[in-house]
Ligand binder design. Structure first.
Ligand SMILES: [Fe+2]
Length: 316
């Protein structure tokens, strides 16, 4: 290469490889995506515009019949929220100048979806209450149903565990595009960390127990969960739309590659905790250097704050 850089490739797992590096066809998909970004960047520079981050996600589909080749490439391009309609149109038009597109246009189905990011959406977190039918000292019998749920999974942590596991020193998160999760603790307790760069409060820590009900996690929200030494069991009753594809919905995303998620994680977290029959929402004003959170310490600190708070209220 002109730059002298080395790029490793590998065959994918469904084609005699280990899938440990880019497949050659991944590079072709990447060539198209980065070409779009480049021509838009050049066009913006010509106009003297300063562009915020543009993101492109590419979905590559291989043929399943006949000769093996790329059947289609679907591109999802996220444009910054502050662009005006006419600026957006200029950048969309610039795409036609992409040389890679000129080469590929007739041989691959190419679909482009544009999305203008709406920043600072309100937090959208809900807890679906459970309905207890009967409770005796040894027995709890309750309705765990979630309306319209069409998929369910159970994640058991036998002792201290983390889902998904870390990528060395970097945390990993799940994110769904076509599934809304409803996580209900069946046994023990589970701490969920949620990151959503589109929310005005992008960082949440939920100390989830059974009483809080099923934690609803909307699509596009990155989530990770941990258990203490005693472990825990969580039932997820999901709501999947017609585009749901299990091979794409459960791939861990590492913070190693995602500056936007690392930034979200540095935000002062909103803590959600069960106290005296209700869900409380609190902030501690943590600075970013404290963002490696010791959950046991924070949990105690929150309980202490709530206790002091209720004492002051009862004295007043
Ligand atoms: Fe999930």
């Amino acid at each position: 290469m002109h730059s002298g850089k080395t790029l490793r490739t590998d065959a994918p797992v469904d084609h005699a490889g280990k899938g440990e590096n880019f497949a050659p066809t991944d590079l072709l998909a990447t060539a198209l995506g980065t070409c779009f970004l480049t021509v838009m960047g050049i066009s913006a520079k010509d106009k003297g515009w300063k562009l915020d981050e543009i993101k492109v996600e590419i979905d590559k589909k291989m043929t399943t019949k006949g000769l093996r080749k790329i059947e289609s490439l679907s591109l999802q391009i996220d444009m910054p929220s502050d662009l005006k309609a006419d600026q957006l149109q200029v950048l969309k038009n610039a795409m036609k100048d992409c040389p890679v597109l000129r080469n590929l246009n007739d041989s691959i189905k190419i679909k482009v979806n544009w999305n203008q990011l709406k920043k600072n959406k309100k937090t959208s977190l809900n807890f679906l209450p459970i309905k207890v039918f009967r409770e005796t000292p040894q027995v709890k019998f309750f309705d765990a149903g979630v309306k319209d749920s069409n998929g369910s999974d159970v994640v058991i942590h036998h002792g201290a565990a983390i889902s998904p596991p870390n990528d060395n020193e970097f945390e990993q998160y799940y994110v769904h595009r076509h599934q809304t999760d409803h996580n209900l603790v069946l046994e023990g307790k589970r701490t969920f960390t949620l990151l959503n760069p589109d929310w005005e409060e992008p960082h949440h820590v939920i100390y989830l127990n059974q009483e809080m009900g099923a934690l609803q996690i909307p699509p596009g929200t990155y989530h990770q969960s941990v258990s203490g030494l005693e472990g825990s069991m969580v039932l997820n009753q999901a709501l999947r739309d017609s585009d749901f594809d299990p091979s794409k919905e459960f791939i861990p995303v590492s913070l190693r590659d995602r500056g936007d998620l690392r930034k979200a994680k540095e935000a002062d977290p909103v803590f959600w905790i069960w106290d005296d029959g209700k869900i409380r929402r609190l902030k501690l004003g943590l600075v970013s250097s404290e963002h490696k959170i010791n959950h046991d310490l924070i949990f105690k600190r929150l309980k202490h704050i709530i206790q002091e708070d209720s004492q002051t209220t009862s004295k007043a």
